[in-house]
Design a protein. Structure first.
Ligand code: PGA
Length: 253
């Protein structure tokens, strides 16, 4: 059985106090509501990682992830944070290839492949994002585009390495826009991506790979999205900043 995962992407939001408050609320609700069969990953900005990790303490099922890591191992790279440093703080996941990083920070597919390597080398689980623009969706080449993103940045991995990767399909036109992909559109893409993974790594590994949906997921649409056979959870932006909404999404399975 592949894992059900709900990851919160806080992006560049929340002060120290706000982050602490949100985390405390989430941890309490998670414990009270007995939803431990879902893996929860909180992905705050870098300075929050360690305090968030401490607040989670030994609560099983909640993990801390970063939103990015360097493609370099260590050394004179001012302003960068390596996978090695993250792992040393108990960080377990890292979001890579988010469309905001591809677009605003010009991260290309080769760079992302190197970041994936760094993450895996230090035991971090990459949550690898892929997705198409509205223009590409309207041109009808969305499946080919998203498959090519996986091929370019992941298909150099060995089967053993690949089996540690989580995929997040995030159509760019749905991120932060309030315009969610329909559950049918998500299912169609997730099934196509799983088929693509199977063509490279075989059915068994493809069947074990969690593929998350991201893009305006909220408590009102999560149930329908997560009800689809190839949708294994969500990468949640805006709705991850409100404890009640985020927990409602976690409970949607
Ligand atoms: P959103 O963001 O839920 O606010 O659309 C999702 C994401 O970018 O990861």
């Amino acid at each position: 059985m592949r894992k059900k995962i709900v990851a919160g992407n806080w992006k560049m939001n929340l002060s120290f106090e706000e982050g602490q408050q949100l985390t405390s609320e989430l941890v309490n609700m998670y414990k009270d509501e007995a939803i431990q069969d879902v893996v929860v990953v909180l992905n705050p900005p870098f300075p929050h990682l360690y305090p968030v990790k401490r607040l989670i303490g030994d609560v099983a099922g909640i993990f801390v992830g970063a939103q990015n890591c360097s493609d370099k191992e260590s050394g004179a790279f001012t302003g960068e944070v390596s996978a090695k440093i993250l792992a040393s703080f108990g960080v377990t996941h890292v979001i890579l290839g988010h469309s905001e990083r591809r677009e605003y920070f010009k991260e290309d597919q080769a760079l992302l492949a190197t970041k994936v390597n760094q993450a895996l080398a230090h035991g971090l689980t990459p949550i690898f994002c892929c997705g198409e623009s509205l223009e590409i969706r309207e041109s009808g080449t969305h499946e080919a585009t998203v498959k090519a993103q996986l091929t370019a940045s992941l298909f150099h991995l060995s089967p053993e390495e690949f089996s540690k990767v989580v995929i997040a399909y995030e159509p760019i036109w749905a991120i932060g826009t309030g315009k969610t992909a329909s559950a049918e559109q998500a299912q169609e893409m997730h099934a196509a991506l799983r088929g693509h993974l199977a063509s490279k790594y075989g059915q068994a590994i493809a069947a074990q790979t969690s593929i998350l949906y991201g893009g305006s997921a909220n408590p009102g649409n999560a149930k329908e999205l997560f009800g689809k056979p190839d949708v294994d959870g969500g990468l949640i932006g805006g709705a991850s900043l409100k404890s009640r909404d985020f927990i409602e999404i976690v409970k949607s399975f």
